[in-house]
Design a protein around this ligand. Structure first.
Ligand code: HPA
Length: 235
């Protein structure tokens, strides 16, 4: 048992998928896993362990934003010995060439969060995905015929920017940043710190330039396809 997770030692697999929404964790467990058992309900942040094609895997909700995400990632690694963590989430497209419904594979994650810069005393760390997981994801996405982009993303502390700021994402767009979400830079930083593997897979649910939004049902479909890709990496 850790501070935020009530699982007993051994109840969490060494491979964990990390959706932000705990109800997404439940949906994945119920629809894609066999013999899934819920191991956490502290703060309603559901976690499940089950089997995907015979491979034992866990799914843990993490909430939104770096602070919440990092609490779960820290405890999964340090209290439960998790070795592989794949975030499965959504993102907002920043670049024109990134299209809604597409998959974004986060090679690296820049951030406006003080969490990373503070840790490095103002110097710039480059939070980067596991090369091994990245290679596997790109190969499997290609085999599945999925449309995807791989590159740098932004992990932002803010979902709602000050309305007087005309376009908070313009500077990131100028530097080729694909999309924005709110967790991956922290995940990559902690994975580097503790010598484990991490990757973020994101579906583009909306676009900051065009204002498009994917309707909820289609969002769920895209999310399920991406989650199957993530689970296939475990095999
Ligand atoms: N901003 C931040 N995170 C997101 C967004 C967004 O527009 N869309 C999906 N996750």
């Amino acid at each position: 048992m850790s501070i935020h997770i009530e699982a007993k030692t051994g109840e969490i697999a060494d491979f964990v998928l990390l959706p932000g929404d705990p109800l997404r964790a439940k949906h994945i467990a119920e629809n894609l896993l066999e013999k899934a058992v819920c191991y956490n309900n502290v703060r309603g942040m559901l976690g499940f362990t089950g089997y995907y094609q015979g491979r034992r895997v866990s799914i843990q909700g993490t909430g939104m934003g770096l602070p919440s995400h990092l609490i779960y990632v820290h405890e999964l690694i340090n209290d439960y010995g998790v070795k592989t963590l794949i975030r499965v989430g959504t993102c907002g497209g920043i670049l024109d060439s990134v299209k809604v419904r597409e998959l974004v594979i986060a090679v690296s994650a820049s951030t406006d969060s003080a969490i990373v810069s503070k840790q490095f005393k103002g110097m710039t760390f480059a939070p980067t995905a596991s090369f091994n997981l990245l290679q596997k994801a790109i190969k499997k996405a290609g085999e599945k015929g999925m449309n995807f982009k791989a590159g740098n993303i932004l992990s932002s502390d803010l979902f709602y920017h000050d309305p007087v700021d005309p376009d908070a994402y313009e500077i990131w767009r100028r530097y080729g940043t694909l999309a924005v979400e709110m967790e991956s830079a922290g995940l990559y930083m902690l994975a580097s710190r503790y010598g484990v593997e991490a990757l973020s897979l994101l579906t583009v649910s909306d676009h900051l330039l065009t204002g498009e939004h994917v309707p909820p049902l289609e969002r769920q479909e895209n999310f399920t396809n991406m989650t199957e890709l993530a689970l296939n990496i475990a095999l």
